[in-house]
Design a binder for this molecule. Sequence first.
Ligand SMILES: NCc1[nH]cc(CCC(=O)O)c1CC(=O)O
Ligand SMILES: [Mg+2]
Length: 353
Amino acid sequence: MAIKFGRPIEMRDAPRRQAALASTPLDLAIRPRRNRKAEWARRLVRENVLTTDDLIWPMFVVDGHNTRAPVVSMPGVDRLSVDQAVRDAERAAKLNIPCIALFPYTEPSLRDEHGSEALNPNNLVCQSVRAIKKEFPEIGVLCDVALDPFTSHGHDGLIEDGRILNDETVAVLVKQALVQAEAGCDVIAPSDMMDGRVGAIRQALDEAGFLDVQIMSYAAKYASAFYGPFRDAIGSAKTLTGDKRTYQMDSANSDEALREVELDIAEGADMVMVKPGMPYLDVVRRVKDTFAMPTFVYQVSGEYAMIAGAAANGWIDGDHAMMESLLGFKRAGADGILTYFAPKAAEKLKAGG
Ligand SMILES: NCc1[nH]cc(CCC(=O)O)c1CC(=O)O
Ligand SMILES: [Mg+2]
């Protein structure tokens, strides 16, 4: 039979209506449904799996004690005081989740034009890293490097006359990364999209003796509407002036993503990331196929909100949509996923999927 992913030539003029109504079996040698006939058969031919080893759990930390403050636009996600972040780190450790990621809600009084609080060795992120590593040294801790949680204008870098300054920002990010490494952070994750920051951070880490601190670069990070709930969570949504399109990537591009990733690898990134996730699965696939690097994807706040919000309204099966979306990242070639669903997914996997 002449067939190449389309309708077989021989079938082109076949009387389809007659075949559909016929009571005799179709003369089909090939019936793809056979391999789907039972759960054991589906398991046997399954091409991709999601495991707990694939998960990184992003958490939001806030000042206070014994506090869990819900993020309204992310049903099921709270801002945690440091003591509670330690409790969730314990939950992560018990679930065998390899790594957690920390993002601060900075008090508005501590935000300024230069994001100075980012360099405070006792800021919320550093406090959390120390507290978590002290009790659970075996869990990986990743810290985001960018100024947006700390700036009064909500941008990831320094501004002059409405322009985000690249090289001046990189100099500050290097200091931020060193402060985090000093606190005990295992993975530095620059999310700012300034040019040249991976190389500058790698050099500074090495000079300071942090040879084993890894860099996971947000290499292909797009200017996305899907970051909205995250900006609610860290409190930058209301203050952000303008948008981030002069540094984050244009959604229309994927060749450019390969150039960005290539640069970050050359500058010393140990792992690379594509972000957001679901609208950019093609980019994940291209990056993985092109560079064969440890490739991560961030299922961002807006993606989480779509699934969790629809599930809360009874519009979709939340657990099923969660697992389907995570498996989609694996199918696209991702080695791991940053997702707010991490604890829920890990619990489901532990219970047998
Ligand atoms: N540079 C900060 C940063 N790090 C991670 C996210 C988004 C994560 C999410 O939406 O879940 C952002 C937001 C942004 O760039 O505006
Ligand atoms: Mg870059």
